[in-house]
Design a protein around this ligand. Structure first.
Ligand code: OGA
Ligand code: MN
Length: 214
C-alpha cells in the first residue's frame, strides 16, 4: 500500500470539517475538487483500467430479480477491497473521514462499504433512497466522481430531492473530484442518463454490521 491517503492531512481536515458542518446544517454536502489530487488520479486510473468483466450488474435492495432491477438502474458495479493500492488508499481515506465524523457529529458509524460504478452511455439510476426509516443501517451516502473533463452537456447529473418534495432540489454535475455526501434516509435521488461513460465511487457509512443491502 502506498500512503497517498496519509499525505498532508491539512487539506483533509479542512475538507472533513466543511463536510461535517454541512451535514449538521442541512443534511448534505457538495464539495467541488475535493479529493486530494494523487488519490483522485490513482482511483480514476484504476477504474478506467479495470476490465469490463470486473463489473457486475448492480442490484437494488434485497431484490434479486434482475429484470426488475434493470428498470430501476442499469449501471454496473465492482465492490472495493484492499486487494490493490487504489482500493486500499480509498478505504483508508474513507476510514479517516468516518473517524472525523464520529468525533464531530457523534454519528456512531461502525463500518463502510464502497463500490466503483460504471454508467455506460444511456445508463441511469431512477429515483430511489439508499436507506429506509426503521430498518436503516446506512446512515450516510457518499459519491465521488472520477471522470476527467466532464462537460456541462454530457448529462449524467445526480438529482437530489428533499424528502416529500417531488421537485428536484439540487442538481450535481459529476465533475472530476466532486464529492457529495448526504444522510441516506433523508434524500431520495436519481442519476440521469449520460452521453458518455461515467465513473464514480459510491460509499455508505453504516451503523451496524449486518447483511449488505446492495
Ligand atoms: C447510488 C447512487 C449516485 C451517483 O449508487 O446509490 O445513487 O451520482 N449514485 O452516482
Ligand atoms: Mn443511491
Amino acid at each position: 500500500m502506498n500512503n497517498v491517503a496519509q499525505s498532508p492531512c491539512d487539506s483533509n481536515v479542512a475538507l472533513f470539517d466543511a463536510i461535517a458542518k454541512d451535514i449538521a446544517d442541512s443534511g448534505y454536502s457538495i464539495q467541488a475538487k475535493a479529493l486530494p489530487q494523487p488519490l483522485l488520479d490513482t482511483l480514476s486510473d484504476q477504474v478506467q483500467a479495470m476490465p469490463a468483466s470486473d463489473f457486475k450488474q448492480a442490484g437494488i435492495g434485497r431484490n434479486s430479480d434482475h429484470q426488475l432491477n434493470q428498470v430501476v438502474r442499469s449501471d454496473e458495479i465492482c465492490w472495493i477491497n484492499n486487494d490493490n493500492d487504489a482500493g486500499a488508499d480509498w478505504l483508508e481515506w474513507v476510514e479517516s473521514l468516518q473517524a472525523y465524523l464520529n468525533r464531530h457529529l457523534f454519528l456512531g458509524l461502525l463500518s463502510t462499504e464502497s463500490h466503483f460504478a460504471h454508467y455506460a452511455p444511456g445508463d441511469f439510476y431512477k429515483k430511489h433512497s439508499d436507506a429506509f426509516k426503521g430498518q436503516a443501517n446506512r446512515v450516510l451516502s457518499m459519491v465521488v466522481y472520477l471522470n476527467r473533463d466532464w462537460l456541462a452537456d454530457n448529462g449524467g447529473e445526480l438529482l437530489i430531492y428533499r424528502e416529500e418534495d417531488s421537485q428536484a432540489a439540487i442538481k450535481v454535475t459529476p465533475n472530476f473530484g466532486t464529492i457529495v455526501v448526504f444522510l441516506s434516509e433523508d434524500f431520495p435521488h436519481e442519476v440521469l442518463p449520460a452521453q458518455r461513460d461515467r465513473f464514480s465511487i459510491a460509499t455508505w457509512f453504516r451503523r451496524h454490521n449486518s447483511n449488505a443491502i446492495q
